[in-house]
Design a protein around this ligand. Structure first.
Ligand SMILES: Nc1ncnc2c1ncn2[C@@H]1O[C@H](COP(=O)(O)OP(=O)(O)O)[C@@H](O)[C@H]1O
Ligand SMILES: [Mg+2]
Length: 308
């Protein structure tokens, strides 16, 4: 449904994308995971026709995004990273304008708006000005707007950024429902737990390159089963172990505080992006050594921590 071949993009001297290859089959919920500046938004902007590609090719449902750009655009809906609703207009006016842009007839627009506001549970707010809505409601209006013209593919750029945990979970449920109703979903996020919870497959993106693509379970399996976070005067460290018994032994001898937990997707990401130091010396059953880089990197994605 989404095919990307050797996609490249530079902004002046900044290389945003250095050759992306991906294939997302119909019906999949695909998460594009990476730190800020990795190139997630650039990829989505190119695929949805908002930014010109540098080199390479991409197609949405068989329509080349350059040679058949209009047809490609009709295949997809987009929820951008920044809220870009018209705040001086009502909810239903925002959706109506979008329907007009896609040449939907008045009667079709009216019934689709009703159906979608019901779907995102905002029927009672249809005549509210957008500026009076909460952050979570605005996200739901953006989801409804993106679905107006019944796209096969939905692009979601950091759909829950800035929302509190409870609202995020409600948006997750809605995203799952949209997938179950038949859409292919391409989601970017820097929230590890969002990718772990939602995605059928995940791509790890770092500095414009894909480091790995697989299911969350397979990506995590490469790391080990258990992780121990511990503190020293040099900072935070993490060690990985094949099983709980192996982890409990060194935990017993740790002087400072430590946390024993299941491995999560963040560990796999840190391992693959090369921001971990090599295997420590010694003949214990540690699979990989940790580093203080871990602490630095949890600042933008450290939500999946604390055991499962
Ligand atoms: N319009 C632009 N002009 C110049 N540089 C840009 C522009 N958009 C993005 N970049 C740069 O491209 C890289 C990737 O950015 P982006 O795709 O927004 O990353 P992400 O969405 O993963 O945070 C960053 O280094 C960013 O500074
Ligand atoms: Mg972005």
């Amino acid at each position: 449904m989404i095919k990307i071949e050797d996609l490249r993009k530079s902004y002046g001297k900044t290389r945003a994308l250095s050759g992306i290859d991906l294939h997302v089959p119909a019906g999949e919920l695909f998460a594009y995971l990476g730190p800020n500046g990795a190139g997630k938004t650039t990829t989505i902007r190119i695929l949805t026709g908002l930014t010109r590609l540098g080199q390479g090719r991409a197609a949405l449902n068989g329509h080349d995004i350059v040679r058949a750009s209009l047809a490609a655009k009709r295949q997809c809906g987009l929820v951008p990273q920044q809220v870009n609703l018209d705040s001086e207009l009502t909810v239903q006016e925002n959706l109506d304008i979008h329907g007009r842009l896609f040449s939907m007839a008045a009667t079709a627009r009216r019934s689709r708006i009703h159906e979608l506001l019901d779907y995102v549970n905002l029927l009672d707010r249809r005549d509210s000005l957008v500026k009076h809505l909460s952050g979570g409601m605005k996200r739901r209006v953006m989801l409804a707007r993106a679905l107006m013209h019944q796209p096969r593919i939905l692009f979601l750029d950091e759909p829950t950024v800035g929302l509190d945990a409870q609202i995020r979970r409600r948006i997750w449920a809605l995203i799952k429902k949209i997938q179950q109703d038949g859409a292919t979903i391409f989601l970017t996020t820097h929230y590890i737990e969002e990718a772990e919870f939602l995605a059928d497959r995940v791509a790890f993106l770092d500095e414009g390159r894909i480091k790995a693509v697989d299911t969350p379970a397979v990506l995590m399996k490469g790391v080990g089963q258990w992780a121990m976070d511990w503190l020293s005067d040099k900072g935070m460290h993490t060690d990985y172990f094949p099983d709980r018994e192996a982890a409990v032994q060194p935990a017993g001898t740790a002087k400072n505080g430590f946390t024993l937990r299941r491995v999560n997707l963040e560990d796999a990401f840190l391992m693959l992006t090369g921001k971990k130091v090599a295997v420590p010396a010694g003949d214990d059953k540690r699979l990989h050594g940790g580093s203080s880089a871990h602490a630095a990197h949890t600042s933008h994605g450290g939500h999946g921590k604390g055991g499962h």
